[in-house]
Design a protein around this ligand. Structure first.
Ligand code: ATP
Ligand code: MG
Length: 568
């Protein structure tokens, strides 16, 4: 490709809207442009990368034995009613009506569609197991679309759905996808961790996430040197036995005027903040009830665990209003579990083991001391605290650590969550009708593109790995009008093209510095400069990933590029 014929939309300045590197560089390199919040156009260079990312995913999915289809983004409400998700799925679901008042949504994920497809198209039991996938545009009305392609409202996902006759079959299909995902993310040269995950709105019995490690990631990973790793929402820890061996003392009411927060109460009473227990009141919108969650003073509530315990959707749990708190017969800042009769009480197991805790007295300006679980209050006990670094590994007992990651993929064992209500069944050898056992598997194609940039960039721009770079190489003649330089540049260009190299010849009438800046920003892996030494058959060869420049012979430059591309 001649650079003069290309749409090179590079920007000098960092656009205001972008804060993280991948977003800045996608815009500055002229790969994408925002249409509206969370919705982007892909320009030619960006689309070339996107296509290559898709190609790698497609190759590995095909190799795994999965079958590709393409379904519509438009999905009828009726199918979502069958699965029960039309009401469960929150405001992220983009819903609309046609001119006949029929309701639809734009698919955020496609479980219903694939379940419907299999129940109507796959007639014989012999056809199972089957895994069907697509690479297709998804819609989610994210509350806060941000970070460019990282969290957008329209994005491209690879989604696959497996259908097996048994749980054991699902285990095999799941393992096959797990291994396939490892091959895919290895091919993207991503530094990633595989972590245990919560199943969220998609549901099911088990799940892993593939996390590209990055400071700008929105997921917190809790992990241990022993190999345990989980998304923070899912992570568990061994209970800290803090204050579990004390003798129970007699309960005492103490005056704590205007002391509301854990810090205020603990310093007023001269105790450790850990001795004071937080009582946080939520409203469960699904059951129309109030829920009081108790965690130690230095802890946070893991709301996902609360949501799972209540068996509701994430958006159905909200912090209670002041009126709610008053309706419990208590007052904000002084809430405690004693004598609360009209709320579900969830007690973190650490709190259930602690003796002589401090809690609110449900009375303005008073707290209670020496309160004990079992004697003074009860409730459902489980892990409702957020696991943090420094907590005890549930597997080996060492201390857990924490780091940030970008969720690039997630796999789920769905079981019969969709096949049962949607009657996606088969007849077994005894003539019994049974639901198929399903799995589902997603990769954020566009988010992966951003994640690669997060891990492969420097102060000059993007450093694309060769297999996803928009072009493999660029030839930059210092003076294109010079006959010798022009001739050599074109000879190299022709040879590379003949050998399957995707190459640009920068024939633009611009200063060399301007041209180099563009290609370094765009991230072309090999930059070949044709200069005064054209007569000697010598070029300057720059490897973008290291920025190392070498003077080598033309033949060697050509050979290096061809062999790197052939090895892909
Ligand atoms: P998140 O927790 O980040 O919102 P999710 O768990 O809801 O993601 P899944 O339903 O597991 O996402 O979707 C499969 C994959 O699609 C994710 O692993 C991610 O790579 C990608 N993805 C999800 N939401 C978005 C989005 N808003 N923008 C870009 N990619 C997304
Ligand atoms: Mg996910």
């Amino acid at each position: 490709m001649k650079a003069s014929r290309m749409l090179i939309a590079t920007l000098k300045e960092t656009p205001n809207e972008a804060v993280i590197s991948s977003h800045v560089l996608l815009l500055r390199a002229g790969m994408i442009r925002k249409l509206v919040a969370g919705v982007y156009n892909y320009l030619p260079l960006g689309l070339r990368v996107l296509n290559k990312v898709e190609k790698i995913v497609r190759e590995e999915m095909d190799n795994s034995g999965a079958l590709e289809i393409l379904s519509s983004a438009v999905q009828p409400k009726e199918l979502w009613e069958e699965s029960g998700r039309w009401y469960k799925y929150g405001p992220e679901l983009m819903r609309f009506k046609d001119r006949h008042d029929r309701e639809f949504c734009l698919g955020p994920t496609h479980e219903e569609i694939f379940t419907d497809l299999v129940r109507s198209e796959v007639k014989s039991k012999k056809s199972f197991p089957i895994n069907i996938y697509q690479i297709q545009t998804k819609y989610r009305d994210e509350f806060r679309p941000r970070f460019g392609l990282m969290r957008s409202r329209e994005f491209i996902m690879k989604d696959a759905y497996s259908f097996d006759l048994s749980k054991k079959g699902l285990d095999e299909s799941y393992k096959n996808m797990y291994d396939t995902y490892c091959r895919i993310f290895d091919r993207f040269h991503l530094n990633y961790k595989i972590v245990l995950a919560d199943t969220g709105a998609i549901g099911g019995t088990g799940s892993h996430q593939f996390m590209a490690l990055s400071e700008v990631g929105e997921s917190d990973i809790i992990y241990c040197d022993c190999g345990y790793a989980a998304d923070q929402e899912k992570a568990e820890s061994k209970c800290d036995a803090y204050k579990s061996n004390e003798e129970m003392k007699e309960i005492e009411e103490i005056s704590t005027p205007n002391q509301k927060t854990i810090e205020e109460v603990s310093s007023f009473l001269g105790v450790d903040p850990k001795d004071v227990v937080k009582s946080i009141v939520y409203r469960d919108l699904a059951h129309n009830t109030l829920v009081l969650v108790m965690v130690r003073g230095d802890r946070e509530v893991n709301e996902i665990k609360v949501v799972n315990e209540l068996n509701i959707a994430e958006h159905e749990l909200v912090l209670s209003s002041n009126e709610d708190i008053i309706s419990l017969g208590t007052i904000e800042g002084f809430v405690g579990p004693c004598n609360i009769n009209n709320a579900v009480i969830l007690v973190d197991e650490e709190v259930s083991l602690m003796k002589n805790i401090v809690v609110g007295a449900n009375k303005k300006d008073f707290h209670l001391k020496n309160v004990n679980f079992g004697r003074d209050f009860t409730g459902k006990v489980a892990q409702f605290r957020k696991t943090e670094s420094g907590d005890i590994c549930p597997v080996c007992g060492k201390l857990l650590k924490k780091e940030r990651g970008i969720e690039v993929g997630q796999i789920f064992k769905l079981g019969t969550k969709y096949s049962e209500p949607m009657k996606c069944t088969y007849q077994d050898d005894n003539g019994q009708i049974k639901p198929l056992v399903m799995g589902c598997y997603g990769i954020g194609i566009t988010r992966t593109m951003s994640s690669i940039i997060e891990q492969y960039h420097d102060e000059f721009g993007i450093k694309w790995p060769l297999n996803v770079a928009p072009y493999h190489a660029v030839i930059v003649p210092i003076a294109y009008h010079d006959e010798a330089q022009k001739l050599l540049a074109e000879t190299i260009y022709d040879k590379l093209i003949k050998n399957g190299v995707e190459v640009v010849l920068d024939d633009r009438d611009e200063r060399p510095g301007f041209k180099f800046k563009d290609w370094e920003l765009i991230g072309i892996p090999y930059i070949v400069t044709v200069n005064k030494k054209a007569n000697e058959n010598v070029v300057e060869f720059k490897t973008r990933s290291t920025m190392v420049k070498e003077e080598i012979s033309v033949d060697e430059a050509i050979e290096r590029i061809i062999s790197a591309v052939k090895a892909l």
